[in-house]
Design a protein around this ligand. Structure first.
Ligand code: ADP
Ligand code: MG
Length: 237
């Protein structure tokens, strides 16, 4: 506990919610503490990522401990890796029984960028990582297609859930990235549909945002149960 508060002070990490695990001191701790496979550390190092950013230090252990997480940190602070690392560590690649992780992004560009980052980090492991393109959403054969991780905008994923009967009932991790933009763009109905479709009782939900308007607070409280809140770079409001 002492160690946790020293690290949080050092990196200006503000946490609320009970039982939050202590922040990472280094990426190496992913293997010593969480038995991370060597490929991921290798890929992080190849990408030039030597040390976790503050939001990564705290959000990664929270998601690895299967707690819902509501994370707020400025643009450019490394939020993408904060959810990709735990997903890659906690789901098995090449699964034949359905989607294990869903990442919702507000725009197609962001979804594409997140998919690229995910593939780079997953290099060397046989994860099936799918970007929900227009073509995939209208003509993909989801019953036959192996898929571990889906990255999509809310509109396309909601469309696929309703019209093409994509089964998300085994999803273990659901991420709402750039929650402030998701809300601004008016995707509440679609988000609701995705949250309902990810129906596994043990699904871990997380919400990442650069700002904390009232709307995001409200979204967080409707989507998540007993979440750990993390704020970096500003006071917990
Ligand atoms: P955010 O989503 O918070 O706006 P990103 O996840 O897009 O931020 O990351 C911003 C930039 O920081 C990206 O270029 C990313 O590659 C880089 N980055 C992420 N994590 C690290 C790290 N641990 N060390 C160095 N650079 C990092
Ligand atoms: Mg981001």
């Amino acid at each position: 506990i002492e160690r946790s508060s020293i690290l949080r002070k050092k990196y200006k990490i503000h946490v609320s919610g009970h039982g939050a695990p202590s922040p990472l001191e280094s990426f190496a701790e992913l293997s010593s503490r969480y038995k991370c496979k060597p490929y991921l550390l290798q890929n992080l190092s190849e990408r030039g990522f030597r040390e976790p950013t503050p939001i990564q230090r705290q959000a990664i252990p929270i998601l690895l401990s299967k707690r819902d997480c509501f994370a707020c940190a400025p643009t450019g602070s490394g939020k993408t890796l904060a959810f990709l690392c735990p997903i890659l560590m906690k789901i098995k690649p090449g699964s034949k029984n359905g989607v294990k992780a869903v990442i919702l992004c507000p725009t197609r560009e962001l979804a594409a960028q997140t998919a690229r980052e995910c593939k780079k980090l997953a290099k060397g492991r046989k994860f099936y990582i799918k970007l929900m393109t227009k073509e995939l959403s209208t003509s993909g054969n989801f019953e036959k297609m192996p898929c571990d991780i889906i990255i999509s905008t809310p509109l396309r994923l909601d469309f696929v859930i309703r019209k093409r009967k994509l089964d998300l009932s085994r999803v273990k991790y659901l991420v709402l990235d750039e929650a402030d933009k998701l809300f601004e763009l008016g995707f509440m109905e679609q988000i609701d549909s995705v949250v309902k479709a990810c129906s596994k009782t043990t699904v871990v939900r997380s919400l990442f945002s650069a700002t904390l308007p009232e709307s995001v607070e409200k979204l967080a409280s409707t989507v998540m149960v007993d979440a750990v809140r993390v704020n970096v770079g500003r006071k917990n409001s």
